[in-house]
Write a protein that binds this ligand. Structure first.
Ligand code: HEM
Length: 410
């Protein structure tokens, strides 16, 4: 199918397209005319020989791809289109040790083990510590008068939450945070993080986590690492598997939540009626609307395992299929007036955490808890927070990211 209204060469995975905004009007055009659209790339995607990829834009089709791993594999290519394109074959093989890039039955085995660390009880157990953290983060920022919301507030809680969850000793946290931050945003030249710095940071983080796992295997403690690596009867993770799991958490649980919080703050500050409503009533529905509105993960990809049909399009075996959560979360077939930021929206079947298949976000409850805690702390201590500039966006096609958001802490 063609989509004549889009400019020649338009590429939904090009970071430049996302420099100033997520291309929501372009997604809307596709949903109306060619909801599963072949985005041809006649020059190939970074030398892998692919001549394009499918852009899946409707809520219903994103769900369909997500829930059918037998038709749409996460493993034939890695989950992130550009990430994948920028990497060598060796790096891609290493990527496949990360559960996000696995298919059943390997994925099922790893998921069953790691979800023991994410039970409602395990997340509830973090609540008091994280509430205290959130209050301290907000108080420290307030003392500054004004500053960058991203570095002062949005970065800190997600990192602390993961460190708390895994049981990383306090003294090691600064190093972990430094590696995590270096691994992220490899695509943005302004951040001056070279690929080498990013890769080295990833290697150091993996090796730190492997050592931690080996120590807990030897001498189990009452923490999640021990539960994942030292359990005898229910199956356990090898030290290397644990290393890659921590690597995934440092990216999947960190940058996503950071951006949800930052976009949420920006949305409140540009929709003052919603901020007033939040401060008055603190509706439970707010966190989900913040995630729908932000959609921190723009898209992931799958690869067709066989010839198949989706939304009227004929997909061939081996072709890449991009599932665009940003588009699905603005699909008017599912959301009444999706362009409105409405913290009372209910129901809110957004796909910000994935389309409900086997890879559905493992950390959803933790992310929702963090978002609730930080906005509660902000409403308590900083009711008059205000904007001091426009957000500066991250150059990335898969993360809807903000690098900087200047505010006056009220
Ligand atoms: C997977 C989004 C926070 C851990 C995913 C997926 C998305 C996502 C879209 C892929 C779903 C799929 O392919 O069907 C988000 C967003 C977050 C968030 C928007 C914050 C607002 C977190 C947190 C953690 C986490 C806090 C953990 C600390 C993971 C893991 C996976 C995952 C481990 C891979 C699951 C698998 O492959 O089985 N997330 N996430 N995420 N997320 Fe999250």
């Amino acid at each position: 199918m063609s989509c004549p209204a889009l400019p020649e060469g338009f590429d939904f995975t090009d970071p430049d397209v996302y420099q100033h905004r997520v291309p929501l009007p372009e997604f809307a055009q596709l949903r109306g005319t060619a909801p599963v659209w072949w985005n041809a790339q006649p020059h190939g995607i970074a030398g892998f020989g692919d001549d394009g990829y499918w852009v899946v834009t409707r809520h219903e089709d994103v769900k369909e791809v997500s829930t059918k791993p037998e038709l749409f594999s996460a493993n034939l290519n890695t989950s992130i289109i550009r990430f994948n394109a920028a990497m060598t074959r060796d790096q891609i093989d290493v990527q496949k040790l990360i559960m996000l890039n696995m298919d059943p039955p390997e994925h099922t085995r790893v998921r069953q083990i790691v979800q023991r660390g994410f039970t409602p009880r395990a997340i509830r157990a973090l609540e008091d510590a994280l509430r205290g953290r959130a209050a301290r983060i907000v108080a420290a920022a307030r003392a500054k008068g004004s500053g960058d919301f991203v570095t002062d507030i949005a970065c800190e809680l997600p990192l602390q939450a993961i460190a708390e969850l895994i049981g990383i000793p306090q003294d090691d946290r600064a190093r972990i945070f430094d590696w995590s931050n270096k691994m992220i945003a490899y695509d943005d030249p302004e951040l001056a993080i070279t690929e080498e710095v990013g890769t080295n940071a990833a290697m150091e983080l993996i090796s730190y986590a492997m050592n931690l796992a080996a120590a807990r295997k030897e001498c189990p403690a009452k923490d999640i690492v021990s539960r994942l690596v030292a359990a005898e009867d229910e199956g356990n993770l090898g030290s290397d598997e644990f290393g890659f799991f921590v690597l995934l958490l440092a990216v999947a649980g960190n940058e996503t939540t950071r951006n949800a919080i930052t976009h949420g703050m920006h949305a409140f500050l540009t929709h003052p009626d919603q901020w007033e409503l939040y401060k008055r009533e603190r509706p439970e529905t707010a966190a989900e609307e913040i995630v729908r509105w932000a959609t921190p993960v723009v898209a992931f990809q799958r690869t067709a395992t066989q010839d198949t049909e989706l939304g009227g399009a004929k997909i061939k075996q081996g072709q890449r299929v991009g599932i665009f959560y940003s588009s699905a979360n603005n699909d008017p077939e599912v959301f009444d007036r999706p362009e409105v930021f409405d913290i009372t929206r209910d129901p809110n079947p957004h796909l910000g955490f994935g389309g409900g298949g086997p890879h559905f976000c493992l950390g959803k409850s933790l992310a929702i808890l963090e978002i609730n805690l930080i906005f509660q702390a902000l409403a308590d201590a900083m009711p008059d927070i205000s904007l001091a500039g426009d957000p500066r966006r991250l150059r990335s096609a898969w993360l809807n990211g903000v690098k900087e958001l200047r505010v006056h802490y009220g």
